[in-house]
Design a protein around this ligand. Sequence first.
Ligand code: CDP
Length: 251
Amino acid sequence: MVEKEDLLKDGKRRDGRGLTDLRPLRINAGVLKKANGSALVEWGKNKVLAGVYGPREVFPKHMTDPYRAIIAARYIMAPFSGIEEHGRSGPNRRSTEISKVVKNVFQNAILTDQFPGTMIEIQMEVLQSDGGTRVAAITAAAVALADAGIPMRDIPVGLSAGKVNGEILIDLDKYEDNLGQSDMPTVILPRTGEILLSQLDGMLTREEISKAFDLILEHSKIVSEKQEAALIERYRKVSEEIGEGEANDSG
Ligand code: CDP
């Protein structure tokens, strides 16, 4: 059993991180063959897969918007993703809420007016969870959308900060989230620092919120660089494949 007192000892967290260290983050783009865009994010013990389909025909048809693309988003936890005291997996009030906030985030990031009368579908599957899955899912979905070639104002970054035993820290894991005092999952556009989403579980003072935002803004650069690196690597692989194809055609 992890107790509240175990979360911070001499400025170190249970996994050895300092207050302002992120968990190890690995991002891969283009991991699914059949999706238009995809990404796998492994962030600490979290593993989230995102797939994007579209722009495509709207279903159901009456939802069509003649001026812009509509966004559909679905966040779901796999039954084996680490559900403990939280009960069953599958669609529930929590996953419905997260799907809704993800939809709002991307409605404000995607240049939807470039694809009138269509639909862009974002699917996020949490394969393994350890706190911060909604921000990991948004970080993955952002890369999947870029991989699908869907234009956005910037590639959104999801990151959370919070309060544990009186200290403000970044990138809370499950125990810090569950036993800590507060968690503030946030989504920003890293280039401008524009906030697309900020949720707050628990209480923070005005000063603490400001400190948490500063930490998020600073560390979002690290996440953003990983997203870009994943996309560059994806394009490198695709151009290699095209190159090989051309070589085979001419040979
Ligand atoms: O994952 P995130 O922090 O965005 O959402 P949360 O609702 O604050 O949940 C925190 C953590 O509790 C999740 O990341 C999971 O590790 C765990 N959880 C779970 O195992 N089963 C659920 N049904 C809900 C949460």
